[in-house]
Design a protein around this ligand. Structure first.
Ligand code: SF4
Length: 436
């Protein structure tokens, strides 16, 4: 297996590299966006946004309309009377929730999701959730978190949602490997199979947070070792640690190298050797290596610029650089959590320009000066940059597409090869570097 290109095998990568820190105007979706994938993942949960018509439009257009099933998200709209304090928003909310739960016996967990307007009028959704839980337990548990865009980026909505689940997980001292982060079911099943074949010590259970159904919510306690599958789960990690669990430090399961390192760290934490991981993953690695080999010509040497968006930027940049030979011009991230990112930073090529936060005008200036081959950015920046002749990749696609694990490594690379191929087709005089 030769998919890993050790560009700087002896260096500590970007572990101590300087970071450009910017605190200016930023261009990202808010935390409500997480509802799009969370409502698909937790199949008996309902997400009730307490927000404005803008919030309703965002969710409706991002998640689309469910034609074959009743929707599992909605917005309780705060109107002028609520915002002006003329109506008791708590009474209104209780009325809406009662009507919803009477009509929908399939709902087992109800998330009240805060927004900018609910924060501005200081509507206390945690008290509302407590009050409503008392009323509707044991049939429905009501929890709350904030998806407000005032301070958060869009993947932090998932972090806040999962962190709200941690206090209601049962306590258990039993040994458990807990995978944390919403993964598409197909990816979760692949990981469950691989982890199940590692031969963890007898009695060790393998759990996933979030669970697909409320009654399958895993327990947590001092015997729990958890492995983050997503890099944006700092609050959830802290909440799990407060319940006695211990984080297994590892790179994220992006690409062949990241997935192998992630599984190896999990195995080591339970005393299972790397040779077992090697044996269990051999065929999956081999398949992924072949699939990636077909894309290396298209992506090798391509200059990549990442605007801060999903917090997946660093693991994806590491994958593109080390496994496909791409050149990293700038890797921006909305928030750099050094502890969670330590293993990833060590693998990034030394000298990579890192930025945290955003001052969009300054970053655009750097991007224009650099003229990268691919710019990874939010939807709002993509069209203007395309109009300037830059090839872009929508960052949000990286969250909506299954990208973790061996089987998805080539799909992830393909997401970057496709815009290059399209560019080559639109400019026939340019020699195409399209993948075979
Ligand atoms: S939560 Fe804030 S940023 Fe998000 S849609 Fe509502 S108003 Fe807009």
């Amino acid at each position: 297996m030769n998919t890993v290109i050790p560009l700087h095998p002896q260096s500590a990568g970007c572990s101590t590299a300087p970071v450009i820190r910017e605190r200016g105007q930023h261009e990202v979706f808010c935390g409500l966006t997480g509802i799009v994938w969370l409502h698909r993942k937790i199949q008996d949960a309902f997400f009730l946004v307490v927000g404005s018509r803008t919030c309703a439009h965002l969710i409706q257009s991002a998640a689309g309309v469910m034609i074959f099933a009743e929707p599992r998200f909605a917005t309780a709209i705060l109107d002028e009377r609520d915002l002006a304090g003329l109506a008791d928003a708590n009474d209104e909310l209780d009325r809406v929730v009662t009507r919803l739960l009477e009509r929908r016996p399939d709902i087992k967990t109800l998330f009240l999701v805060g927004s900018c307007p609910s924060e501005v009028i200081k509507l206390d959704l945690s008290r509302a959730a407590e009050r409503l839980s008392t009323q509707f337990l044991p049939r429905v548990r009501v929890l709350n978190y904030s998806g407000s865009g005032i301070e958060t980026t869009f993947t932090q909505g998932e972090d806040a949602c999962l962190a709200s689940l941690v206090p209601v997980m049962k306590a258990s001292p039993e040994p458990q490997l807990l995978v944390v982060g919403a993964l598409p079911d197909i990816v979760e099943d692949q990981f469950a199979r691989l982890l199940g074949r590692l031969g963890l010590p007898a009695g060790t259970t393998i759990g996933f947070l979030p669970a697909r159904r409320s009654d399958a919510l895993p327990a947590v306690g001092p015997g729990t070792l958890f492995l983050l599958a997503q890099p944006f789960l700092g609050d959830t990690a802290r909440a799990l640690e407060a319940r006695g669990a211990t984080r297994i430090a590892a790179p994220f399961p992006i690409g062949v190298e990241g997935t192998t390192a992630w599984l190896t760290a999990a195995a080591a934490a339970f005393g299972v050797g790397a040779e077992v991981v090697e044996r269990v993953t051999a065929s999956a690695r081999e398949r992924a290596a072949v699939a990636l080999g077909r894309l290396r010509e298209a992506l090798g040497g391509q200059r990549m610029f990442f605007f801060p968006d999903s917090q997946l930027e660093i693991p994806i940049a590491r994958f593109l650089s080390r496994e496909l030979g791409a050149e990293l011009v700038e890797v921006g991230t909305p928030f750099l959590h050094r502890e969670l990112m330590a293993e990833e930073l060590a693998l990034l090529p030394a000298g990579t320009r890192l930025s945290e936060g955003q001052d969009v005008e300054q970053q655009l200036d750097r991007c224009r000066a650099d003229r990268p081959d691919i710019t990874v950015c939010g939807l709002g920046l993509a069209n203007p940059l395309e109009a300037e002749g830059l090839t872009t990749k929508w960052a949000i696609e990286l969250v909506f597409t299954p990208i973790h694990g061996y089987e998805q490594a080539a799909d992830l690379a393909e997401l970057f090869a496709r815009p290059l191929r399209r560019k080559a087709l639109l400019a026939p005089s340019t020699p195409a570097r399209a993948a075979a």
